[in-house]
Write a protein that binds this ligand. Structure first.
Ligand SMILES: [Ca+2]
Ligand SMILES: [Ca+2]
Length: 259
């Protein structure tokens, strides 16, 4: 083989290898894109048809976890993240309550048994145009809230412990069917998960909720919101609790670690 041909073959092989490396790098990059779902605050929501997602919890322990990116000034009065209410006293709410009793911002909370469990001062503002992590945990008679991994409030009563949050209403993300005009959330929702056990303080502080595998003990639904297209929101827990997008909620960039 002449030197010139050898050189051409070498260049050709090298080019192919570089292209292959670039192709693999692009594949890896595209798999790492973290999407979220953007709700318009008007008529967007996601419905999970299987009521067993919540009903299997009954009056047992639970943990709800979500990452949100939103502005309070753009919200209706009580924007919700999760709900399954059929009436004020059947089902639950997990989201934000309007300013109340002198609070300076909307209050991250849970409603159980027709009670808004929010009687504490200095509520954290999670609707300030940055990503925030909000967790609500029920353990026995105690309901505890965590903002960005830090415990911010804890309430204890048998009324919390005894309440069964099951209902006949499918689970909704971003809206509440009972208070339709005042509950559409406006902003991004990412990495939403539901557990049928009380996560420990350490688990919540560890940021494990930012990168779940899907097979963690007690995880009964996990929506990473990474589809990036289409109207299906897949449950990565393996339990098949997929959601359907209504109202035209759009895919957008998700939580990013540097924030
Ligand atoms: Ca995501
Ligand atoms: Ca819409």
């Amino acid at each position: 083989m002449k030197l010139r041909n050898l050189l051409l073959v070498t260049i050709s092989i090298a080019t192919s290898m570089i292209l292959a490396i670039l192709f693999v790098a692009e594949l890896l990059r595209s798999e790492k894109i973290n999407y979220a779902l953007y709700f318009d605050g008007v008529d967007d929501y996601v419905q999970v048809a299987n009521t067993d997602v919540i009903n299997q919890i009954g009056s047992g322990d639970f943990t709800f976890s979500v990452l949100v990116y939103a502005l309070e000034s753009e919200q209706v009065r009580h924007p919700q993240i999760l709900s399954n209410r059929t009436t004020n006293s059947a089902g639950f709410l997990f989201g934000f309550h309007g300013r109340w009793r002198g609070s300076e911002n909307k209050i991250p909370y849970v409603q159980l048994d027709n009670i808004n469990w929010i009687e504490y001062p200095n509520q954290p503002n999670l609707l300030d145009g940055q990503w925030h992590h909000f967790v609500a945990r029920k353990q026995g008679d105690t309901l505890t809230y965590f903002a960005d991994g830090k415990l911010v409030a804890s309430l204890t009563t048998s009324r919390i412990g005894n309440y069964n949050l099951a209902s006949e209403q499918p689970l909704l993300i971003g809206w509440d069917l009972v208070n339709q005009s005042q509950t559409h959330f406006k902003g991004k929702i990412d990495k939403l998960s539901i557990w049928n056990r009380a996560l420990t303080d350490a688990e919540i502080e560890s940021k494990m909720l930012y990168s779940l595998r899907g097979n963690e003990p007690g995880l009964i639904s996990y929506w990473p919101f990474d589809e990036g297209s289409g109207n299906l929101v897949r449950d990565k827990s393996g339990n098949g609790n997929h959601g359907t997008i209504y109202g035209g909620a759009v895919w957008t960039t998700g939580w990013v670690s540097e924030i």
